[in-house]
Design a protein around this ligand. Structure first.
Ligand SMILES: NC(=O)c1ccc[n+]([C@@H]2O[C@H](COP(=O)([O-])OP(=O)(O)OC[C@H]3O[C@@H](n4cnc5c(N)ncnc54)[C@H](O)[C@@H]3O)[C@@H](O)[C@H]2O)c1
Ligand SMILES: O=C(O)C(=O)C[C@@H](O)[C@H](O)[C@H](O)COP(=O)(O)O
Ligand SMILES: [Zn+2]
Length: 380
């Protein structure tokens, strides 16, 4: 396949490179001054992380590696503090760099460590999940969680480059692929309807992701979905890095989705929570008289065709509401949502009546699962 480059504009423009076997591109993204590199990867990607470290060593860098806890467990102040200790003990200076190798949780944590070490050193992301490629690695939002909520501590720190090696997706669990598709579908609803058509046409093969054994056609569809999603994200963050306005559209479905993640103690995948969050906010828009029934139904149909959840237990409203109040789009006591008034027509809904919010929750509610309270499943 051909290699595609999408340039993200801003104070320091950078490239998102999409293709296969792209490690050779790393030195160019790091630039000529970098001497030491810390490769940050989760334990589950130890072999890949070590391969990247060895490759960098072979290219003349002094390369170190740090192994992180898996998934959301790494997005904590304790893990960040451990990484600062590693950087300190290895004498990392402002002309050194971090390379993240992993999913969105890793790019978020590594980006945050890079943003804070010496008040900011270079980071290059090598996302290995679909979600990381289409969303998390691009745009410079970095962060960690606190006990009170998701991504409550962080910084805007754009990378020096992003390498999306599609070959990484061969080993991805099908539920992690599908979770990444939730952000792809989000991008379709907020900005690129062709994405929705592609998912509608190919949902069965995408849902039944066969990794290395997937057909050429499925790989080609996936490549197009990555390219289209990255193009939208690049355009939005190029115009509004620090989320003064436009960038909020990328948060579609996240107000409720992040609340579900917190209530479920991060046992739900981010993409799965965002899927329910999009249905919640589509229902909210419908109840507010902004969105027609058929577009709401289209949300459910597309997400369900991929096996993503579109409902959530009905007995958690108080906790969800408390978590939504801490959403970054809130202003004082005012809850703010990104909603649609049509496909690819995002608008804001500010301070909706509490009865409207409760009614939208009722539309996505289902019976609480049987079994011990608090037991949750990963995809709803
Ligand atoms: N900063 C942003 O703009 C942004 C955007 C979207 C999401 N996010 C964040 O991204 C995170 C979710 O990202 P994610 O879905 O990639 O989750 P993740 O990073 O937890 O990765 C999911 C799982 O896939 C495994 N994995 C990673 N690469 C693999 C590979 N190639 N083969 C096999 N397994 C692999 C990981 O070890 C993990 O268990 C959340 O924390 C979310 O808040 C950030
Ligand atoms: O890049 C953005 O901006 C987004 O909102 C993308 C989201 O998919 C992503 O999950 C992001 O981390 C959420 O940001 P937050 O500001 O709500 O924590
Ligand atoms: Zn997200």
């Amino acid at each position: 396949m051909t290699t595609t480059r999408v340039t993200v504009q801003g104070a320091a423009p950078y490239d998102v490179v999409i293709g296969r076997h792209l490690l050779g591109e790393l030195p160019a993204l790091l630039g000529p001054k970098v001497r030491r590199v810390l490769v940050m990867h989760p334990a589950s990607l130890a072999a890949t992380g070590e391969a990247v470290r060895e490759d960098l060593t072979a290219q003349g860098y002094e390369a170190f590696a740090v192994e992180l806890p898996d998934a959301e467990e790494q997005k904590t102040a304790q893990v960040a503090a451990f990484c600062w200790q590693v950087l300190g003990q290895a004498d990392f200076t402002r002309s050194d760099a971090i390379v993240s190798v992993g999913g969105g949780a890793t790019t978020d944590l590594a980006g945050f460590v890079a943003a804070t070490w010496l008040r900011g050193i270079k980071v290059v992301h090598v996302p290995t999940t679909l979600l990381g490629m289409v969303d998390a690695a691009v745009g410079g939002k970095t962060g960690i969680n606190t006990a009170e909520g998701k991504n409550l501590v962080g910084a805007f720190h754009p990378p020096a480059g992003v390498l999306c090696d599609l070959a990484s997706l061969a080993s991805l669990d099908r539920w992690d692929l599908v979770a990444g598709l939730a952000e792809v579908v989000k991008t379709g609803f907020i900005a690129d309807p062709r994405i929705l058509e592609l998912v509608e046409e190919h949902h069965a093969d995408l849902k039944d992701w066969k990794g290395a054994d997937a057909s050429e056609e499925t790989w080609a569809v996936l490549a197009e979905l990555v390219e289209r999603s990255v193009a939208v994200k690049a355009r939005v963050v190029g115009e509004d890095l620090t989320e003064q306005g436009l960038r909020e559209i990328l948060n579609y479905g996240h107000t409720f989705g992040h609340a579900v993640e917190l209530v479920e103690r991060y046992q739900w995948r981010h993409g799965a929570a965002v899927a329910v969050g999009m249905v919640f906010v589509a229902e909210l828009a419908r109840l507010a008289g902004k969105l027609p029934d058929d577009v709401v139904a289209r949300h459910r149909a597309i997400l369900e065709s991929l096996g993503l959840p579109t409902s959530y237990r009905g007995d958690r409203w108080d906790q969800l509401l408390a978590a939504m109040r801490r959403d970054k789009k809130s202003r004082g006591d005012l809850l703010r949502f990104v909603v649609l008034d049509g496909v690819a027509r995002p608008v804001r809904l500010e301070g909706p009546d509490p009865t409207l919010l409760a009614a939208a929750y009722a539309e996505v509610s289902k019976e609480p699962p049987t079994g011990a309270p608090g037991v949750s499943v990963q995809l709803g």
